[in-house]
Structures are given as C-alpha cells and as structure tokens.
Ligand binder design. Structure first.
Ligand code: GLN
Length: 192
C-alpha cells in the first residue's frame, strides 16, 4: 500500500508521520506524476485558498479529479473544503464530493476547540468502543450532504463534521494532530 500526501501547503508532515507509524509507504505529492502508483491520497489542513491556487499553478486540478474517480482521497479541514462542490466563495475546488461547506464556521472568537465524537463506522471498522477525540482549528462545517454522500459524524448541536462518499472522505477536524490512529486506519481500509 502506498499513500500520497498532498504537500503544497499545510500540515502534511503530521499526516506522513502517522502513516509511517502505521508502516505505510508514503510520498509527498506536489506534481501530477507523483500520483502514479498510489493507492490513496490525503489532503491536509492548512489554507484552502492557498492549496487551491497552488494546485491550479501546478496543473494538479484535473489529475486530482481523475485520481478521485478511482482511488481513495481524504481531505482534512482545508483538504475537506477543497474536496467540496461549493463553499459560497470563489476559490478553486475539486468538487469531488457532494457536500457543501461553510469555511471558518465556528466563529472567530472560538477559533479552536476539541470534542468527543461518536462515529459508529469508525468504531466498527477498528473494533473499538471509545469515542473519537477531535481537534478543530478554524474549522469548516459540512453544511449539506447530497447524492451518494453520507454523514459520518456531527458535533453535539448537530452540525456535520465528517462525511463519506464511497472511497472519498472529508473531516473538518484534524486526526493527524492526535495520537489516535483510528481515522487513518479507517482511511486505509477505504484505500485497500
Ligand atoms: N480556515 C481554513 C480554510 O478555510 C481551514 C483551517 C484548517 O485547515 N485548519 O481553509
């Protein structure tokens, strides 16, 4: 199994560190040819406008869309925004998932917070019962989920923070910033 991590901007190094802990071969993806031979791709948190602009500049938009038709992609935070179809702003988006997103949706005064989430699919896939401790940093919410996309997790007030569409995954939080590797394991099961 070989997993790429989009390394244009953001916290790609943290994803790579977790994949290494899980003994998965990884490569930093900056150019279209880096996608060759990969079983899956993670797009990290950071600044979605910057990631989008760099993806356009490096001619990655179409290769990423084509990759996502056949392979697993997981976007965390800014990566989830980049996966979506609509963010009510003009910025480059892959539009791979049938989700709409609101950026920085938890308000400026509460830029960051943590929450324990119940994610039945994750618990079932990893054979565990513990809730998942999620870290949100200037996080988006997934406003709506349509088509084949389904809700994976919501915070207590019902706002959606994780969605899945077949082999495509979007989380508005940052599993790469915790020591809990279950979300990465779950993604690897989609890439397999
Ligand atoms: N607020 C950022 C954006 O809109 C995302 C923040 C993050 O990735 N931690 O792109």
């Amino acid at each position: 199994m070989k997993i790429g991590v989009l390394a244009l901007q953001g916290d790609f190094a943290e994803h790579i560190a977790i994949l290494k802990r899980l003994k998965v071969q990884t490569i930093e993806v900056r150019l279209p040819e880096h996608l060759k031979g990969l079983d899956g791709l993670i797009m990290p948190g950071g600044e979605s406008t910057t990631i989008g602009k760099l993806a356009v500049a490096y001619n990655l938009m179409e290769p990423l869309r084509a990759f996502g038709q056949r392979h697993a992609i997981w976007g965390t935070c800014a990566g989830a925004i980049f996966m979506s179809k609509d963010v009510s702003r003009n910025q480059p988006l892959l539009g791979l998932m049938d989700i709409t997103v609101e950026r920085n949706a938890f308000g400026r005064q509460v830029d960051s917070f943590e929450a324990d989430l119940d994610i039945p699919e994750l618990m079932q896939a990893t054979g565990t019962k513990d809730s998942y401790h999620a870290i949100f940093i200037r996080a988006p919410i997934i406003e709506s989920v349509s088509g084949d996309a389904k809700i994976l997790a919501s915070v207590a007030d019902g706002r959606i923070v994780a969605a899945q569409q077949g082999h495509l995954l979007a989380t508005s939080f940052h599993p790469e910033l915790t020591s809990d590797t279950r979300f990465h394991e779950y993604f690897l099961s989609l890439a397999d």
